[in-house]
Design a protein around this ligand. Sequence first.
Ligand code: FAD
Length: 648
Amino acid sequence: LTDVKNKDEGFWRLSKLGVPVGKDPGKDYLGVCDALLEAIAKVLEFPVASMLPPEAFSVVRKSFDARKLLKEPKFVYTVDMDVGKLLSLEPRTWDFISRLETKIGIVEHVPQERASDDLISIIHDCKRIHEGIGLKDGGHNIHPEGSYKSPTINKPKIAVVGSGPSGLFASLVLAELGAEVTLIERGQAVEQRGRDIGALVVRRILQSESNFCFGEGGAGTWSDGKLVTRIGRNSDSVLATTGKNYRIEVIPQLVDNLHCNHEVMKTLVHFGAPRNILVDGKPHLGTDRLIPLLRNFRQHLQRLGVTIKFGMRVDDLIVENAQVVGVKVSDTGHELHSDSKMLGYDAVVLAVGHSARDIYQMLLSHKVDLVPKDFSVGFRIEHPQELINSIQYSALATEVCSGRGKVPVADYKVVKYVNGEDGGTTSSTGEKSRSCYSFCMCPGGQVVLTSTNPSELCINGMSFSRRASRWANAALVVTVSSKDFNALQFHGPLAGVEFQREFERRAATMGGGNFVLPVQTVTDFLENKLSATSVPPSSYRLGVKAANLHELFPIHITEALQRSILLFDNELPGYISKDALLHGVETRTSSPIQIPRNSDTYESISLKGLYPIGEGAGYAGGIVSAAVDGLYAGFAVAKNLDLYQGDI
Ligand code: FAD
């Protein structure tokens, strides 16, 4: 605050400002309403809220809090206060804000943000500084004679394999920094991919290379587009949340500005996402917004000179002297697949996601290290959305109005440890505690088929931006590890993949074929009995069939799921309902392997020139974390290939 007093400027962050639902304009309003000014005045101990100028405040975060222990549900705001502006507009606030010094925990000094700090503007500024075009020093403490090498000749040639969030962000950074990038994607561009998905949902035709997992935008395109991530909030710096300082060595002048989660979100806004994803406590896009965004992303990459090859699959790596020097590819269009071609590159960024099981096999043939890792399996549980609204909001549930109302369509997140110490009870097999949790919850969404092979059934959830469907679905899963894989005689680096495949095949058999899903009501699952043939309706478009899902997984997994459902019902009374339907099977929650890489260079520790990134390599779990991994990888590869000389 002393700083502020001297300079007459600065930003202060005020958090935990509660506004009761009745006084708030609703979830879509991101301005400063009168009730928010009242909450601010209370914190500032300023007597007349209406005298506070709204223009001195900006909302940086807004979430909805309907926890049962609250007297009244409320919106909770975080607000940045422009002290200079506030004092110029309302000088009488000074005495009051000086008292904030004592209110530790309520306010926090935040650096002033640049007007536009999406990734693209930041890289452009850095380049301009280093090329000596204006912006010298620009307040960023840059040495004017920096060593950025404009790569007009001998541009490094880089193949980025996979156009999911990690591949797109890696391509963006590399292309902006001047590399010659080819983005190779086995699936189709969103326009054709949309038609292929339509044919799957309506006519049961599964294109093995263009589906819910493969194609432009990766696995998250036909999704709920949730942008929440466990590596931080949308307004957070990854630097702060992970304590990682790799970027400092790579590109120091970015560090001040590169709050990576935030930069990923701003870059999405640059490509057409609504600005409220920067502020919303639980940001999400929905499929209808993801598709035009991806088209804009694609056009930007093409303007930068990126060659994008849809319908082309990487089948193999070309390795010479223990170094990757290119890839073998084949066309995957709707006609017969063509003979393979060889393409030469200086580096290959592998961003293939975790459904590209053929790629894991191919990497093993080159003796690339693959390490099995824990993941989770279970079912997708679906309730009527109205039921979840009423469990979460009670009387306020009527305010949801199919996504058009004042409060957001209700979601939930539950996690419990079952069996052993934490669960209190022991399973019949005497096994240790396991984590059971809900995951990737899609309010107002639908269950979709994410198989890439007709003999295997696996599912996930998607929604549109309004989340207006009658259904609420979520994965309900339990952690599994090498012990589980070995128990079924699956060993070696791909044991987890075999384990997934085993249950995907069992689910396909239980469903009876034609992509029909095996289902069971939650009540019958708990009682180990077959559901009546007329199960409750499901959002899944390709049909469901009553089945003994309690017999699908090994007994200890089934028991862990059953115990967790009982515990979840304590937290969300009504969760166990005859209208709640379990769908089989949810197996691809995260990657079953990790490809070890150097933590500074991002290069595989067992094969030079190969850069494994994103979810498939075991370094991300979700859209934003995959994008952030791609972003860092882009800088790392650029540095390794001498696009920059040393630290710049
Ligand atoms: P991917 O997105 O999987 O992209 C990999 C790309 O590589 C694919 O396009 C694939 O076609 C391509 N590829 C694979 N092999 C080859 C090859 N040999 N040659 C060329 N190209 C290849 N996450 C969230 O955070 N929020 C959500 O709401 C959400 N919902 C989801 C809903 C669904 C239906 C699904 C399937 C996933 C969802 N996820 C969600 C998870 C999220 O999509 C992934 O975590 C994320 O996409 C991983 O990004 P990635 O870039 O690592 O890989």
